[in-house]
Design a protein around this ligand. Structure first.
Ligand SMILES: CCCCC/C=C/CC(=O)SCCNC(=O)CCNC(=O)[C@H](O)C(C)(C)COP(=O)(O)OP(=O)(O)OC[C@H]1O[C@@H](n2cnc3c(N)ncnc32)[C@H](O)[C@@H]1OP(=O)(O)O
Length: 411
């Protein structure tokens, strides 16, 4: 017999350790709720509503809750519960004092007797309060156990949003579609950015789930549109895009892109609005706007020439040049490239260190670096959306989309 088993056997004698006629104690698997079930017999209470401080229902509920506790609250608390229950249901202890050598019975008798003339109502109240505090403590512990540090936000369908170590991570989560951005996803990303801008995190990160960072705009956003609805589609698309890019322009904290794999279209252009871009050496950067009959967005028509010079921006934005991670880094679009095998480990260690810096200092510094440009960026965003609205109605654009869905063309 192990120490714990011996201890339990001593504390709760074998005749008590049965529940519904079955022996409970084989090993230290005995659970507190089972012990409680046998140690505290069910007693019918006779009270009038007028004398009750806690209702009969609350008291009975507390008895049920105590059986559901998953953690043993310890002997001292168990004795308190026992004593309060006896006092509440039988009144003051008037049974003979057990012999000195009957340790268990004596401990229980002492606990009950120590309540003196405490009224049954008060005992019922104290019992209910004690159970309630045990239940709250346990559910707080369970929450912490379930995710020691990471909090998951919202009820998102297309993205995963979590906060850990002062970093809010917004992860594109349509890996089976290479994280293409559907209308719903544009809206969910905006909501996540709004929340991340206000939450307790120091920095926010955008990344992708699976092998792609993102394949850009979901081309289904343009599919199955009746000819009579084309204009509305283009107009609504421009409104949505303007609002979406606006959220990146106005984001108040450092925003970091963790580019885990290939990036296409709008997910490349938005990198110019991020404050740091870390890329895996597997990542590529492709903005095939002219191939798709479209035009640049995400303020890239203004920011890319500033970042890399006009000649290089022309290669990317006019002539669809696909950059490797090393090229994107050399051209200033990417801050640093990491080997794919150690990418996540190295990047997150770096970001955790950054996120421990003073939050407000980072936020005001970002405003100093970006603030002067904001007005200009909003103006560029408006103009880009206006031009795109027209592009979406062009034959060039429609043919490119049809061709994608006929699987004739891939990037
Ligand atoms: C509100 C509107 C705002 C508009 C803002 C404008 C933005 C401009 C852009 O973003 S332009 C860029 C648009 N993107 C593309 O043109 C990419 C198209 N996709 C591809 O060329 C290829 O899929 C690939 C090169 C990204 C990956 O090729 P691969 O062979 O590896 O994988 P699959 O083609 O089999 O893809 C797997 C499934 O994912 C679907 N998918 C991938 N990308 C998109 C996309 N952008 N839109 C819609 N669907 C996409 C693909 O169809 C496969 O689906 P299936 O398994 O159901 O066939």
């Amino acid at each position: 017999m192990g120490f714990l088993t011996a201890f339990v056997s001593a504390f709760f004698p074998q005749d008590l350790l049965t529940f519904k006629g079955k022996p409970l104690l084989s090993k230290w698997k005995i659970k507190f709720r089972q012990v409680q079930a046998v140690c505290i017999p069910s007693i019918h209470l006779h009270m009038t509503a007028a004398t009750m401080q806690v209702s009969q229902q609350d008291f009975e509920k507390a008895q049920e809750q105590v059986k559901l506790l998953k953690k043993d609250p310890g002997n001292e608390t168990k004795l308190k519960l026992y004593a309060l229950f006896k006092q509440a249901t039988e009144g003051p202890c008037n049974s003979p004092k057990p012999g000195m050598l009957d340790f268990v019975k004596k401990a229980k008798w002492d606990a009950w007797n120590s309540l003196g003339n405490l009224s049954q109502d008060n005992a019922r109240q104290k019992y209910t309060e004690l159970v309630s505090s045990l239940v709250s403590a346990e559910s707080a512990d369970l929450k912490t156990d379930a995710s020691p540090e990471e909090t998951r936000h919202g009820d998102y369908e297309t993205i995963l949003v979590t906060t850990k170590s002062s970093i809010t991570k917004i992860m594109f989560n349509r890996p089976e579609k290479k994280n293409a951005i559907s209308h719903k996803m544009y809206r969910e990303i905006m909501k996540a950015l709004e929340e991340a801008g206000k939450d307790d995190s120091t920095i926010a990160v955008i990344t992708g789930n699976g092998d792609y960072y993102s394949s850009g705009n979901d081309l289904n956003n343009f599919a199955n549109i009746q000819p009579s609805e084309m204009e509305k589609m283009a107009k609504d698309g421009a409104v949505l895009l303007k609002e979406f890019v606006g959220h990146f322009i106005d984001f108040p904290k450092p925003l970091i892109a963790v580019v885990n794999g290939p990036a296409v279209g709008i997910c490349v252009t938005l990198l110019g609005l991020c404050d740091i871009v870390y890329a895996s050496d597997r990542a590529t950067f492709h903005s095939p706007f002219s191939e798709l009959g479209q035009s640049p967005e995400g303020c890239s028509s203004y920011l890319f020439p500033k970042i890399m010079g006009l000649a290089r921006a022309n290669e990317i934005l006019l002539f669809n040049k696909k950059l490797t991670a090393a090229e994107a880094c050399a051209w200033g679009l990417v801050t640093e490239v990491f080997p794919d095998s150690t990418f996540q480990k190295e990047v997150w260690a770096r970001l955790e260190a950054y996120a421990s810096l003073p939050k407000n200092s980072l936020a005001v510094s970002k405003q100093l670096l970006r603030g002067m440009e904001k007005e200009k960026l909003h103006a560029v965003n408006s103009k880009e959306c206006e031009v795109l609205q027209e592009r979406w109605l062009s034959d060039e654009c429609m043919n490119a989309i049809v061709s994608f869905f006929q699987k004739k063309a891939k990037l």
